[in-house]
Each structure stands twice: as C-alpha cells, then as structure tokens.
Design a protein. Structure first.
Length: 73
C-alpha cells in the first residue's frame, strides 16, 4: 500500500483576480462544475489523499474499489 496526496495553500490569503471572457477565472466568483452556467473556476485551498493498493489485495480484503490504474510510465 502507498498513500499519495497533495495540499495547496496560497499565502497571503488576500488575493483577487480580474475575470476575462473565455479565461480560466469565473466571471461571477462561483465554481459550477458540470453546469451549463459555469464560466470558470475560483482559486482556493485544498487537500486530497488516496490509498493505492494492489487490486488482488483490495479484493481479498473486501475493500470498496473506486478506480483501477491499468498502467504506468
């Protein structure tokens, strides 16, 4: 097993942006993934982590498998 993760923290926290039509930043300050009214993203902080485990071991342990990595480079 292996843990893989990342954290994004921006400092200083007082940061703004000027949205531009067709740009990456949201025109109205809201992030609406998979929505027809989406106009871009907003910048913020976040963290994520995943547990990587061999498929045979996960099945044998009765784990819930959400994704399978079929190859690597």
């Amino acid at each position: 097993m292996a843990l893989a993760g990342a954290v994004s923290v921006t400092f200083p926290m007082h940061r703004g942006y000027i949205p531009q039509e067709g740009g990456l930043a949201s025109m109205d300050g809201h992030c609406r993934p998979f929505d027809e009214q989406a106009s871009g993203t907003v910048f913020g902080h976040g963290a994520g982590i995943v547990l990587l485990k061999r498929l045979d071991d996960a099945i044998a342990d009765g784990d819930q498998v959400l994704a399978v990595i079929r190859g690597f480079a």
